[in-house]
Design a protein around this ligand. Sequence first.
Ligand SMILES: [Zn+2]
Length: 262
Amino acid sequence: MYENKYVVAIKSDGKILREFGESVILPLGKEYSILLKNLTNVRSAATVHIDGVEATAGNLLVIEPNGTIELGRYMTANDSGSGAAFKFIERTTQIENSGRGVRLDDGLIRVEFWRELAPARMPDIDQQLMDQFNKQTQRRITINGPVWATPQYPAWPYNITCQTANLSQTNIVGHQSGCMSANDLVGITVPGQHIHQPFATTSFVKSTEQSTVLILKLKAQYNDQPVKEPITVKYRPTCQTCSKINTVSSKFCAECGTSLRI
Ligand SMILES: [Zn+2]
């Protein structure tokens, strides 16, 4: 997914998952990582929310110009250099009725990017104020997991009404892809295996310009069927009607015209 020269992609088994609009397809039980790319010519920083929980735990992930970060696990304020990987599982009835319950943004990965304040503008700002700003925005980039924070719904830039009849909430704050039908198999992210991924500390001054928000939805189904393998960029869609293997870019089956979209 690409916007304002920022890219977000999901990787599983070392391969980048194919995007279907705003969605990527991943089998339940799989672990994944989140790839963040900064195609701008200024340092940028990002935060990551998964299922409405801030996986970056108050830290900013700083990405160099034309640089990439692959976030493989949950972070906390105190870094041990390792933590729990992102694991995609089914939101079962038991989970829905548990303390965790149902979150309106379950299955959604939300990444927010900020550009660093342009150095050319520094002289315009009072140095003392600048030092204070720098001090305040100097945040440790650390990792540890798992993190179970309160979902931060007001941070979402959208306010969309779900038309789906079975949704008990008619007015939700969230992205439209958060609206689900009764037949949807809903996947959520939980702490997976403990992995090592150290981060260094740096300082970063957020630009006052508007941030860029990218949202991906993790889905466990393809054509209403649970998938067994990740659908990667190399994936060639098979027609559910006539079984013809079509090219990656095909929207409709070349043989019988069935839609290949999800
Ligand atoms: Zn076909």
